[in-house]
Design a binder for this molecule. Structure first.
Ligand code: GDP
Ligand code: CA
Length: 307
């Protein structure tokens, strides 16, 4: 069975690692968000692609929840001592990836090609594709003005309430090589339990990807990032309440209207399954506390199609 999963960073990466555990890793294609990509200290950082890559390579820091295990921060300390930007936390090991990626981009190599190369170097068996090789950037409209994603999320700790989300470059962005082919030949499509607005949203903003999902001939299953109407981490619940009027499974499903056939929701949300229409609820425990829980959640989503 071949599976395509659309994924953001940390929440998505946790789910994706459960998915490769539950299937043969070679059957999974991950399409990652690039709306969070940012240029810091002259380097091109792709935080969501890297979160997925590190998780799949077993290099991620489980405790901190992001970045690499065994990380050190000497370069950033030096940058700080010199009065440089330190608001975006780049560890020494992590910087190696950004250096290689930035040089390759500078030399004209497409992001998808670099991502595949980095993945090979780290021993990944799962295919990881950026949604697009084109420049696509997420902006948030807030009372403090329109903010670039990382300024809103990291520098300001996503404290500003969001009135609108915009994806710069999305109108002209084309799907990265392999994305549409993977979707067209998949047996199952999955939306990871990532932020629907700022993680899955930028992927679906690439018109060809949205259209490929809308015209699918196989099931598409979303996994809700909410438990008991609350985000496990981050602003997804606040955004749903403010932008869509609620945090029930139906509110999450509405973000993916016409694109999904089922939604995996937590037992804590099972009391209000109204308004889902033709979207079938799959109720289970969705908190990914450890490897077993990640695998369990993946199996619940995979259960949407007979093995
Ligand atoms: P980011 O790009 O690093 O912000 O990560 P994602 O957008 O991929 O994931 C963030 C989302 O993951 C948040 O909305 C969380 O609620 C969700 N999330 C994190 N851990 C879990 C979990 O264990 N279970 C579920 N259902 N959602 C989770
Ligand atoms: Ca992200």
């Amino acid at each position: 069975m071949s599976v395509v999963v659309l994924s953001g960073g940390v929440g998505g990466a946790r789910f994706v690692s459960g998915l490769v555990d539950a299937t043969a890793s070679r059957d999974v294609t991950v399409v990652g968000n690039v709306g969070d990509d940012v240029e810091v200290l002259g380097l091109h950082v792709s935080p969501d692609l890297d979160s997925i890559m590190y998780a799949l390579a077993g290099l991620n820091d489980e405790e901190r929840g992001w970045g690499r295990a065994g990380e050190t921060w000497r370069v950033l300390e030096s940058v700080g001592a010199l009065g440089g930007d330190t608001w975006f936390k780049l560890g020494d090991l992590d910087l190696g990836v950004h250096l290689v990626r930035t040089q390759a981009l500078h030399d004209g190599e497409p992001l998808s090609h670099i991502t595949a190369r980095l993945g090979r170097s780290l021993g990944l068996e799962t295919r990881l594709l950026p949604a697009t090789d084109d420049r696509l950037r997420t902006w948030l409209l807030t009372a403090a003005g329109e903010l670039p994603f990382q300024e809103w999320f990291v520098a300001r700790g996503h404290r500003d309430e969001v009135d609108a989300v915009r994806f710069e470059g999305a109108e002209v962005a084309t799907a990265a090589p392999g994305v549409l082919e993977a979707i067209a030949t998949a047996d199952l499509l999955l939306l990871a339990p990532s932020n629907p607005y700022v993680s899955i949203g930028p992927i679906l903003a690439v018109r060809a990807i949205r259209e490929a999902l809308a015209s699918r001939t196989v099931p598409c299953v979303a996994v809700s990032p909410l438990i008991g109407g609350r985000a496990v981490k981050g602003p997804a619940d606040r955004m749903l309440a403010r932008l869509d009027g609620g945090t029930s499974p139906a509110h999450v499903a509405r973000r993916y209207e016409g694109l999904i056939d089922a939604i995996v929701v937590d037992e804590a949300d099972a009391s209000d399954l109204t308004g889902l229409g033709r979207v079938r609820p799959i109720v289970t425990s969705t908190l990914m506390v450890d490897g077993d829980a990640r695998r369990h959640l993946a199996e619940a989503a995979l259960g949407a199609v007979p093995a």
